[in-house]
Design a protein around this ligand. Structure first.
Ligand SMILES: O=C[C@H](O)COP(=O)(O)O
Length: 242
């Protein structure tokens, strides 16, 4: 059976003090979380150390939101895999649509980052997804298939998580219909060499829709933005009912 992976993406939210406050409410709420669920917090670089110190013995694993492909060098504003693993980071989001849209990320650089992450013992969470315009033009399947083809060249599919994030559903409150998300994720799976890669859904996941999302057979977890910022709401998502 494929594992269930619930990840929060804090994007550019929360100072260290705020991240420590979050944990005070969040960790106690995980005491009865059913086994077999992987819980990950992908936080800003400045929060990683504080969380790393406070997560020992908990269910929660630490994730970053970007990693560079070189081991070191003159790359202002970037971070290396070794810098992340040294402080206990195990996962890293790569190719999020906000990186592709605002910071010039391409399928080629996504592929380089994926390789570097895996080579250094990190598990990447690769994000793919279509814009509203692409969906309306009937291009969803082609676009996602192309992203997977390019991003996954020479990538080890036994150390990988993928997130299907329709861009039009991110931060908009407009969730992709769960059966449609299930359908697209099923198509993605059929394109993989390893059908056991966990594939998450992301885009306006909330306490009110998590149970329905996780009831879909192809959906192995969620990548949560806004609703992962409040301890109560993220705990409810992690503790989804099935
Ligand atoms: O990485 C998370 C996604 O961008 C989803 O964000 P959202 O849950 O705020 O829609």
């Amino acid at each position: 059976m494929r594992k269930k992976v619930i990840a929060g993406n804090w994007k550019m939210f929360k100072t260290q003090a705020e991240s420590e406050d979050f944990l005070k409410g969040f960790l106690p709420a995980l005491e009865d979380t059913p086994s077999g669920r992987e819980v990950i917090l992908c936080v800003p670089f400045t929060d990683l150390n504080a969380l790393s110190r406070n997560l020992h013995g908990s269910l929660v694993q630490l994730g970053a939101q970007n990693v560079h492909w070189e081991t070191q060098g003159a790359y202002t504003g970037e971070i290396s895999a070794e810098m992340l693993t040294e402080i206990g980071v195990r996962y890293v989001i790569i190719g999020h649509s906000e990186r592709r849209q605002f910071f010039g990320e391409t399928d080629e650089t996504v592929n380089l980052r994926l390789k570097a992450a895996q080579k250094n013992g990190l598990t990447p969470i690769l994000c793919v997804g279509e814009t509203k315009q692409q969906r309306d033009a009937g291009e969803t399947e082609t676009l996602i298939s192309m992203q997977l083809n390019k991003d996954l060249v020479d990538i080890n599919q036994s150390n990988l998580i993928i997130a299907y994030e329709p861009i039009w559903a991110i931060g908009t409150g407009e969730t992709c219909e769960t059966k449609e998300a299930n359908r697209v994720i099923g198509l993605m799976r059929s394109q993989l060499k390893n059908p056991d890669v966990p594939i998450q859904y992301g885009g306006s996941v909330k306490p009110s829709n998590i149970d329905e999302i996780m009831a879909q057979p192809e959906i192995d977890g969620v990548l949560v933005g806004g609703a992962s910022l409040e301890a109560d709401s993220f705990a409810r998502i992690v503790n989804y009912q099935n």
